[in-house]
Design a protein around this ligand. Structure first.
Ligand SMILES: Cc1cc2nc3c(=O)[nH]c(=O)nc-3n(C[C@H](O)[C@H](O)[C@H](O)COP(=O)(O)O)c2cc1C
Length: 162
């Protein structure tokens, strides 16, 4: 434990397990994506979700400009994609990624565990981030295990507690 509130906050959030997604969009015909785990369901009927995007991220103005995005939920064996899209090292991170453009105009990964294709419906500034709220235009899921994230590391959450 620590007395610094922001350190305490980080310590708490590190202990919250999440899945891992790649949020994609398209601007001027060029796909863009980044790794994100600040993602949550907002409403089931109508289906709405939110993502939190750092204003420093290159993707931030692109999502706002495009007006659409897709949340691609990664499979357990897609850690390399998570690392790639969290880094600025690769000039063409989509090079070997099979995807299609779905209804909103955003890239949907062929091999994602699940996806939510969204049109941007609202933006709320919040601290260092913007909360982007999306109306879900299309979504689908397949069987499989998700890539997990906990305490700063990628995880395998496959075990069911009996
Ligand atoms: C597991 C993981 C989860 C992340 N979640 C988010 C997130 O929810 N929102 C965000 O703005 N950045 C998040 N990031 C950081 C971005 O992926 C990273 O800053 C990326 O380089 C941004 O790319 P861009 O500047 O090309 O848009 C996360 C990184 C990792 C490794």
């Amino acid at each position: 434990m620590t007395d610094d509130p922001s350190n305490a906050f980080r310590a708490v959030m590190r202990r919250v397990p999440t899945g891992v997604t790649i949020v994609t969009t398209v601007v001027d015909g060029k796909p863009k994506g980044f790794t994100a785990n600040a993602f949550a369901s907002v409403s089931a009927a109508p289906p709405m979700i939110l993502i939190c995007v750092n204003r420093q991220a290159r993707s931030h103005p692109l999502i706002a400009a495009a007006g659409h995005f897709c949340v691609n939920v990664l499979r357990l064996d897609q850690r390399e994609l998570a690392e790639r899209f969290a880094s600025h090292a690769n000039d063409d991170p989509f090079a070997d990624v099979a995807y299609r453009i779905d209804r909103s105009g955003s890239p949907v990964f062929d091999d994602a565990l699940a996806y939510l294709d969204c049109e941007l419906s609202a933006e709320h500034a919040a601290g260092t981030h913007t909360i982007f709220i999306g109306n879900v235009l299309g979504c689908a899921a397949r069987d499989g295990s998700p890539l997990g994230y906990f305490n700063g590391s990628y995880r395998d959450f496959q075990c069911t507690i009996p």
